[in-house]
Each structure stands twice: as structure tokens, then as C-alpha cells.
Design a protein around this ligand. Structure first.
Ligand SMILES: Nc1ncnc2c1ncn2[C@@H]1O[C@H](COP(=O)(O)OS(=O)(=O)O)[C@@H](OP(=O)(O)O)[C@H]1O
Ligand SMILES: Nc1ncnc2c1ncn2[C@@H]1O[C@H](COP(=O)(O)OP(=O)(O)O)[C@@H](O)[C@H]1O
Length: 286
């Protein structure tokens, strides 16, 4: 079985392959057309209906099994779902989609996930990047671990399970910002690989850009701008990342920004490295 996700409101399929057309202004639904001669189509299991096109929304998934197509999710299904502990919930569709918002902003929504030890320069890079993109007319929003813990995540400690929940919530919020068409910059220690990977899995392929601040502990500790390493070494903070709590460096991230004795790029230079990546991957245009 092949599955085609209707990522834009209007999708058509010709005999030469699938083609995404630019969307007409704010259509509520699109159509999936099949190659001529039109095969018999089953819509939501009605196997003997002959249709030339299948109505599909952005959330619709159209499956093809041999010569049969079926829309098995999306607004026209209005299926009740159970998601986590939430039951009897129905996805509510908006006719203004991500693509429209991206057109408006002339950029593509994505998440730049900056991970690294405390003092590695995450917040500094996030600010430099946000500033550099702002001066190019691009809209960003920073989710900084420290700041989010002042509000949304104020109920969470630094125990492993609370860090996991911290990252899960930030990942979900970042996903919403990306869906809004915004370049969301998350600046969080996020010490566990599986938590970062879970956030990556929330987003479409390519839209989660993991940036590792590869800075040795000695440098971070020497900087110690908040005096937290000193407190941790004195045993006054327990479970401090890098001291008596783990940090798992990424194994396969999009960008590694090293800082050491030989390599001390400025925050602006690092921001430019990230921007080059975004340009190369086409995120700075709709
Ligand atoms: N135990 C412990 N370990 C690490 N960091 C600590 C701890 N306690 C407080 N802080 C301060 O909290 C900031 C990190 O918050 P995060 O939300 O990014 O952490 S995490 O991703 O949940 O691990 C971190 O900010 P940054 O220095 O900007 O990384 C610290 O200032
Ligand atoms: N590229 C850099 N080169 C030199 N010092 C830096 C650089 N980036 C950040 N710093 C300094 O390191 C310290 C920690 O930076 P910060 O952005 O607060 O780290 P984090 O958010 O990872 O805790 C700050 O004093 C900052 O001025």
C-alpha cells in the first residue's frame, strides 16, 4: 500500500507522477486525482463508488491499495480519537494552512534546537541568530530553557523525568511555532538523546535542525556566568549537568559548533553558520 499525505490543500496526481500545485487562495479542501484511466475508488471503505477525484484536506491521508484509494483520516472523516489520556477528541481544521502563513512570512517554519552544557553559549547564539534573522526580515521566536521554566514549566525540577517533560513540552510548543511559519529557536540543555529525538519525531523531515554547542566542560565551568558550577562543585546544587548529572552529546546532528582553545568563533560567526544552513536548505523563502 502506498500512502500519500496531502500536505497542501491542492494536490493532483498525473500519470507522470504527483505534482503539487500552488494553492488557490484559501481552499477548504483539495482533490487527489488519479491517472487516467480512472481506477475504481473506494472512499472510506465504499469500494464500488467510481470517482474521478478524492476530496482531501491538509490532514487527510489517502491510501492507494492496487487500484483503490481511500481517505482514512482528515476533516471529512471527523473521526473520534484517543490521544494519550484525552478521549473523544476530534481534530479541528483551519482553512488557513501552514503554507499560507509561510507565503505571508516569506520563510519556512522550522525548529532550530540548540543543545549543550550550561555556559556553552546556547542563549548567546539564540539571541545572535534571532537578531541576524530579524535584520533580514525573518520572524523568529526563542524558547529558552531558563525562561520557559519561569512560566509554562515552573512545576518541573531537574530530575531526569522532569527534564524529559520539560523537553517534551518545549518540543510541542516549538512544533506549534513552526506550524505558524516561524523559525523557532529552542535553547535548552536537553541532556538526553531520547528526549531530543522525540522532539525531532514531532516535526516533518528536515524541519528539526539540531545544533550542538560542542564546548568542553572546563571552558563552560571557567565561564560560569551565573556561578552555578561553583555551587554545584560545592555540593550546593545537586544533579547539575556535567558535574553530577549526565549530558549525552548528539551522534548525528545537523550542525556542530565547536569552541575550544584553537576555535573560538564569535556568536555572530556562529549565527552566520546557522543562517548558511537555513539558506542552503531553502528555509529563508516560502
Ligand atoms: N541542576 C541543573 N542542571 C542544569 N542546569 C540547571 C540546574 N539547575 C538550574 N539550572 C539552570 O537551568 C538552566 C537549564 O534549564 P533547561 O530547561 O535548559 O534544562 S534541561 O534541558 O531541562 O536539562 C540552566 O541554564 P543555561 O545555563 O542557560 O543552560 C541553568 O541556569
Ligand atoms: N562564542 C562565544 N565566545 C566566547 N564567549 C561566549 C560565546 N558564546 C557565549 N559566550 C559567553 O559564555 C557565557 C555563557 O553563555 P550563555 O549563552 O549564557 O550559555 P548557555 O545559555 O549555554 O548557558 C556568557 O558569559 C557568554 O558571554
Amino acid at each position: 500500500m502506498e500512502a500519500l499525505k496531502a500536505v497542501r490543500p491542492a494536490i493532483s496526481c498525473s500519470s507522470s507522477g504527483f505534482e503539487n500545485h500552488q494553492p488557490a487562495p484559501l481552499p477548504k479542501v483539495g482533490f487527489v486525482k488519479l491517472p487516467a484511466p480512472a481506477p475504481s475508488l473506494g472512499l472510506n471503505g465504499c469500494s464500488n463508488a467510481r470517482l474521478s477525484s478524492v476530496q482531501a484536506t491538509e490532514e487527510s491521508t489517502v491510501s492507494f491499495t492496487n487500484d483503490r484509494a481511500a481517505v482514512f483520516s482528515g476533516e471529512n472523516c471527523r473521526q473520534m480519537a484517543t490521544n494519550g489520556k484525552a478521549t473523544n477528541i476530534v481534530w479541528h481544521k483551519n482553512s488557513v494552512g501552514k503554507h499560507h502563513r509561510q507565503e505571508l512570512l516569506q520563510q519556512k517554519g522550522c525548529v532550530i534546537w540548540i543543545t549543550g552544557l550550561s555556559g556553552s553559549g546556547k542563549s548567546t547564539l539564540a539571541c545572535a541568530l534571532s537578531q541576524a534573522l530579524y535584520s533580514r526580515g525573518k520572524l523568529t521566536y526563542i524558547l529558552d530553557g531558563d525562561n520557559v521554566r519561569h512560566g509554562l514549566n515552573r512545576d518541573l525540577t531537574f530530575k531526569a523525568e522532569d527534564r524529559a517533560e520539560n523537553i517534551r513540552r518545549i518540543g510541542e510548543v516549538a512544533k506549534l511555532f513552526a506550524d505558524a511559519g516561524i523559525i523557532c529557536i529552542a535553547s535548552v540543555i536537553s541532556p538526553y538523546r531520547r528526549d531530543r529525538d522525540a522532539c525531532r519525531a514531532l516535526l516533518p523531515e528536515g524541519d528539526f535542525i539540531e545544533v550542538f554547542m560542542n564546548v568542553p566542560l572546563q571552558i563552560c565551568e571557567a565561564r560560569d556566568p551565573k556561578g552555578l558550577y561553583k555551587l554545584a562543585r560545592a555540593g550546593k546544587i545537586k544533579g547539575f549537568t556535567g558535574i553530577d548529572d549526565p549530558y549525552e552529546p548528539p551522534l548525528n546532528c545537523e550542525l556542530v559548533l565547536p569552541q575550544n582553545e584553537e576555535n573560538c568563533a564569535s556568536p555572530c560567526e556562529m549565527a552566520e553558520s546557522v543562517i548558511s544552513y537555513l539558506e542552503e536548505k531553502d528555509y529563508l523563502q516560502a
